[in-house]
Design a binder for this molecule. Structure first.
Ligand SMILES: Nc1nc2c(c(=O)[nH]1)N[C@H]1C(S)=C(S)[C@@H](COP(=O)(O)O)O[C@H]1N2
Ligand SMILES: [Mo]
Length: 338
């Protein structure tokens, strides 16, 4: 099944490709991919029916809390100019989700066993309105936005992924943070029956997977709560039903399958910092000038790569989002606070 897209051109900033041009280019590519010459009328007609800008089928059983919101979604609210979107196949089959195993293919192989319905999220700590929210209630007040972001893993590979979600800051505002809210801590679900690494006695990670942000980072408009990607719901291996996306930080900050959000006074425990504090810091801002102790962070492999191209490119300061976020770190020594 292919999902339908509304005409979203009025939402687009004028300097980026207007939606009709974008859509027709995608249609042309779809027709070409289907082996239909551009002039073959039947092929073009078929392609025009496919209203989604992504040539990615959506599952038939997408939940209503998601599909009800699609007609109002703001497509391409944030875009990456001049860089190709990573194919859906790569974004969903080359993953880090250590609960399901250490290999890049493990999440795609095992995460579909993770039950994501019903799902609830606890919001607690320094807030006037703590509570346990069903996923439906959590998403309901928010308009979905598409954010096409670079994702830069600390392992020096990267992708460009079109997420669908809403700013984390809007969710936090609804809980009414109090004066003690200096940081936000996140936890992933602990589902040992579905997650093989949680059953292993040899796992190095102290589950649940945990991450955190400083309050100003959490409230930054680029910080996204994602519920979808490529115009459809998140795949389990990408952190269904709800994951964080912080595009200027290394990928490990973008915690998946969140069940708990705590507003706290002290800098929270985070999984990778606890595992190897010399290698992974709390901030984890993408920074080509500060190398990982065991490898350079100056360059990255943009997926997909193949036999003929390693697709290596320079890593950008704050992953290309310096104009938006550098001011958050003014006066901080980024070598010390890596
Ligand atoms: N719960 C949890 N969240 C996680 C991880 C994980 O192992 N467990 N891996 C992180 C890392 S290292 C990266 S690079 C990104 C990868 O996200 P993707 O698989 O959607 O590309 O997820 C992050 N979120
Ligand atoms: Mo990562």
């Amino acid at each position: 099944m292919l999902i339908r897209l509304p005409n979203a051109s009025r939402c687009l900033p004028s300097e980026i490709t207007p939606e009709p041009v974008y859509l027709s280019r995608r249609r042309f590519m779809a027709a070409a991919a289907a082996g239909v010459a551009g002039s073959a009328l039947p092929g073009l007609a078929r392609a025009r029916d496919a209203a989604s800008p992504y040539d990615v089928p959506a599952p038939d059983d997408q939940p209503a809390w998601f599909t009800d919101k699609l007609p109002q979604a703001q497509w391409k609210a944030v875009d990456v100019r001049g860089e190709a979107i990573t194919p859906f196949q790569d974004a969903t089959h080359y993953n880090n989700f250590y609960e399901f195993g250490p290999d890049k293919g493990d999440p795609a192989d095992h995460a579909s066993a993770m039950p994501t319905e019903p799902w609830s999220v606890v919001i607690e700590g320094a807030v006037a309105k703590p509570g346990t929210y069903s996923l439906e209630d959590l998403v309901q007040p928010h308009r979905l936005e598409e954010r096409i972001y670079r994702l830069r893993c600390v392992e020096a590979w990267s992708m460009v992924i079109p997420w669908l979600g809403f700013p984390l800051g809007k969710l936090i505002e609804r809980a009414e943070p109090t004066a003690g809210a200096k940081y936000v801590a996140f936890q992933t679900a602990q589902l040992p029956e579905a997650m093989p690494a949680l059953r292993s006695r040899f796992s190095l990670i102290d589950w649940p997977y945990r991450e955190g942000l400083r309050m100003d980072e959490a409230m930054h408009p680029l910080t996204l709560m994602a519920v979808g990607m490529y115009g459809r719901v998140l795949e389990p291996q990408n952190g269904a039903p709800l994951r964080l996306v912080v595009p200027w930080k290394y990928g490990f900050k973008s915690i998946k399958s969140i069940v708990r959000i705590s507003l706290v006074e002290q800098q929270p425990y985070t999984t990778w910092q606890d595992l190897a504090p010399q290698e992974y810091g709390f901030y984890a801002n993408v920074n080509p000038q500060v190398d990982h102790p065991r490898w350079s962070q100056a360059r990255e492999r943009r997926l997909p790569t193949n036999l003929f191209s390693t697709n290596v490119r320079d890593t950008l300061m704050f992953n290309g989002y310096a104009d938006e976020v550098a001011s958050l770190y003014q006066g901080m020594d980024l070598r010390r606070y890596y």
